[in-house]
Write a protein that binds this ligand. Structure first.
Ligand SMILES: NC(=O)c1ccc[n+]([C@@H]2O[C@H](COP(=O)([O-])OP(=O)(O)OC[C@H]3O[C@@H](n4cnc5c(N)ncnc54)[C@H](OP(=O)(O)O)[C@@H]3O)[C@@H](O)[C@H]2O)c1
Length: 180
């Protein structure tokens, strides 16, 4: 069993990339509060944001399983678009889309998979028409949904034989969606 670091506080120098970044993730995953140090503050902010998201998603899955005893379905729906033209796009808009539509989907899937294997459960991914067909509007948003579709289909190839079902919904327009 992995040792918990709940209540521990750590400092990682050189945490903006490479081994320091990976170490910070490991420490945070095990419950430590981590202070990050390096010169590139924009990179440090990005690492800190990713750590916060990852820890929050892990806690969501673990709390759900503790509360209800198991997990049968994960719907990966959280997603957003920011900006449009690549030439005009800010770094913040880019990172917000990548953080939510790509990193968030990976973190949630990783945290849920052991439980879904156990329950032979379902993974649902909300993709987009933009993730199936090229279009001029917001190429970064479109690319996150191509990533999602490629990830989902490959996860299916990997864990389908273990009994986990994977569904991708390539949504065209929200107002055209019907629930039965
Ligand atoms: N609307 C469409 O026509 C359309 C078309 C194609 C695909 N899609 C896809 O369908 C999905 C849902 O879209 P929607 O139109 O229903 O969007 P929405 O109304 O903007 O809802 C997005 C949801 O995701 C949550 N969210 C955003 N960032 C998050 C984060 N970092 N962590 C956790 N939750 C986050 C938002 O809640 P908070 O802001 O409260 O966190 C909100 O509940 C998205 O994946 C989108 O890309 C939508």
């Amino acid at each position: 069993m992995t040792q918990t670091l709940d209540g521990a506080t750590a400092i990682v120098t050189g945490a903006s990339s490479g081994i320091g970044e990976a170490t910070a993730h490991r420490l945070a995953n095990r419950g430590a509060s981590v202070a990050l140090a390096a010169r590139r503050t924009d990179r440090l902010e990005a690492v800190a944001d990713a750590l916060r998201e990852e820890v929050a998603v892990d806690a969501l899955v673990e709390t759900t399983v503790e509360r209800f005893g198991s997990l049968d379905i994960l719907v990966n729906n959280a997603g957003l678009g920011r900006g449009s033209d690549v030439a005009e796009m800010t770094t913040e808009e880019y990172r917000t889309m990548m953080g939510t539509n790509v990193d968030g989907v990976f973190f949630a899937t990783r945290a849920a998979l052991p439980h879904l294997r156990e329950s032979e459960g379902n993974l649902v991914y909300v993709g987009s028409f933009a993730g199936q067909y090229p279009r001029p509007f917001n190429p970064v948003y479109a690319a996150t949904k191509w990533w999602l579709r490629g990830f989902a289909l490959s996860v299916e190839a990997s864990v389908g034989p273990d009994g986990v079902a994977v569904t991708v919904v390539n949504l065209y327009r929200r107002d055209k969606l019907e629930f039965f």
